[in-house]
Design a protein around this ligand. Structure first.
Ligand SMILES: Nc1ncnc2c1ncn2[C@@H]1O[C@H](COP(=O)(O)OP(=O)(O)OP(=O)(O)O)[C@@H](O)[C@H]1O
Ligand SMILES: [Mg+2]
Length: 462
């Protein structure tokens, strides 16, 4: 655009052209005189100023760059844009990326690199572009860097940042809720969809205990404001303990399915050092359950001296390092986080983990009880309490006096579709088991302990 003032000039095409020609001729004359009279350095300096003044396009647009990652953490604006823009794809987009994971109900369709999407918000025109660039990483090879560029008129900057982006985040959340597929992540397999069918209905455990866990989860999710008010990170820790096959992993899946939270399965034994642990943990998202199974076997916590050494060299993860990280940075940089530790042996785990305020809820998963058996009989054979099978009474008595896990009972029940055959098999199995072990049933009561420091704080607040 030529910024001279043509206001007073005649407006026919030929007069415009002749005006332009005479200005150009005049500029050329000025330039040749300047070439002769002005020293070279000063000349190029003056030209650069003139060039800047007359030829640099004065853009009225501005662009926001939305990177996929903020350091190690994912960028929520980027993730929201990915979800939101799927709903804005138009016929003008000629290259699209299509994917579908096994549990996903519908196809995911995203724009390919350098494709643009136009969106409108309150009369503002917004142009989105998806950009990929290769980036050198300090190890081997190149990483792909993904980002969205959002371009709009500069004058709308405040509105875009204060209203459009929050709207984008909220819309993306709503879309995700509609078609939520829970994710199961682990540091090796990446992210896979969680399709564990376990729910609180199919879990064989004491109904009272089940109710208490559901209430605890509900209360946790409801209390955003409360956590903020008392200055606590919005997280909750559960310790599940009990013998193998009693449903600890199934309970975690039931919790995830109930809350619609993603599950992040952290295998400590294969995490190389504290910095890798940090990277993995910071990449977990809000509304997720971080699971560390078999905590007693995962970290060598017996030798405190070596732990100190390790901490100094920072080469191996330590339980105290892990716990401090969970209490500190990890929980303060996210919301609605649940962490679950499991163990087969509560006595073997480090007292640091049991310290009050660390794991808020301790849940004992016990051997199968009569009530647990009723749930399993209903799940596997469709036998309901209102219409029990003739063998149910005998089985319940045997179960109450034998240490048998729900997993073992479930396995027997799966052996036949015919209830008579399956239940007779179960009776034989229980009798065999009882005579083999001769052990008494687990003395410890099936139970839940809630070490709720927040509860007290809440009472005080009230
Ligand atoms: N309480 C239960 N209710 C319903 N099914 C159960 C229960 N416990 C175990 N099962 C059945 O047994 C299988 C194994 O259970 P699960 O993996 O949950 O046990 P676990 O306590 O995590 O065992 P481990 O200590 O070996 O990890 C489950 O897939 C499920 O089918
Ligand atoms: Mg398990």
């Amino acid at each position: 655009m030529f910024p001279l003032n043509f206001k007073d000039m005649p407006t026919t095409a030929s007069s415009l052209f002749s005006a332009y020609a005479s200005i150009a001729a005049f500029l050329m004359l000025v330039r040749s005189i300047a070439d002769q009279l002005i020293p070279h350095e000063l000349r190029s300096y003056l030209y650069s100023i003139l060039h800047h003044f007359f030829y640099t396009p004065r853009s009225s647009d501005m662009t926001l760059i939305i990177d996929e990652k903020c350091g190690y953490m994912s960028n929520q604006v980027y993730e929201a844009a990915e979800v939101y823009l799927q709903t804005k794809i138009s016929e003008s987009n000629e290259r699209l990326r299509v994917s579908k994971t096994p549990g996903q109900k519908t196809l995911s369709i995203n724009i390919d690199r350098d494709q643009e999407i136009i969106d409108f918000f309150d009369g503002i025109r917004l142009k989105w572009c998806y950009v990929c660039a290769e980036e050198k990483n300090n190890g081997s090879g190149n990483d792909e860097k993904h980002q969205f560029e959002l371009t709009f008129l500069k004058k709308h900057r405040a509105k875009v940042i204060d209203s459009y982006l929050p709207y984008l985040l909220a819309r993306a959340n709503a879309i995700r809720e509609e078609e939520k597929v829970l994710k199961l992540d682990s540091q090796h397999s990446g992210s896979i969809d969680l399709e564990h069918p376990s729910t609180f209905d199919t879990l064989a455990m004491d109904p009272e205990l089940k109710r208490m866990i559901i209430e605890d989860l509900d209360r946790f999710v409801r209390r955003k404001e409360f956590y903020k008010k008392v200055g606590k990170a919005w997280k909750r820790g559960y310790l599940l303990y009990g013998p193998p096959g009693t449903g600890k992993s199934s309970l975690i899946a039931a919790m995830a399915n109930y809350l619609k939270f993603d599950v992040y399965d952290l295998e400590l034994t294969s995490v190389y050092d504290n910095s890798e642990l940090r990277r993995i943990m910071l990449s977990t998202s809000n509304r997720s359950i971080l699971v560390i199974e078999d905590i007693d076997c995962s970290v060598d916590i017996q030798n405190r001296e070596s732990e100190e050494e390790n901490e100094q060299s920072n080469t191996r993860i330590t339980l105290s390092g892990l716990l401090n990280f969970i209490d500190g940075l990890w929980s303060s940089c996210g919301d609605e986080r649940i962490i679950v530790f499991t163990t087969n042996n509560k006595d073997k785990i480090d007292p640091a983990l049991l310290r009050p305020g660390r794991m808020d809820v301790h849940i004992h998963m016990s051997y199968c009880t009569a009530r647990g058996f009723r749930v399993l009989a209903s799940n596997y054979l469709g036998i309901h309490e209102s219409n029990p099978h003739r063998l149910c009474g005998e089985i319940e008595e045997l179960i109450e006096s034998t240490e048998v896990s729900p997993a073992e009972v479930a396995e027997e029940l799966m052996k036949s579709d015919d209830a008579d055959v399956a239940l007779e098999g179960l009776v034989n199995f229980l009798e065999r088991k009882k005579s083999e072990s001769g052990k008494m049933k687990d003395e410890e009561a099936n139970g839940i302990e809630i070490e709720d420091t927040n509860e007290d704080a809440e009472k005080k607040q009230a």
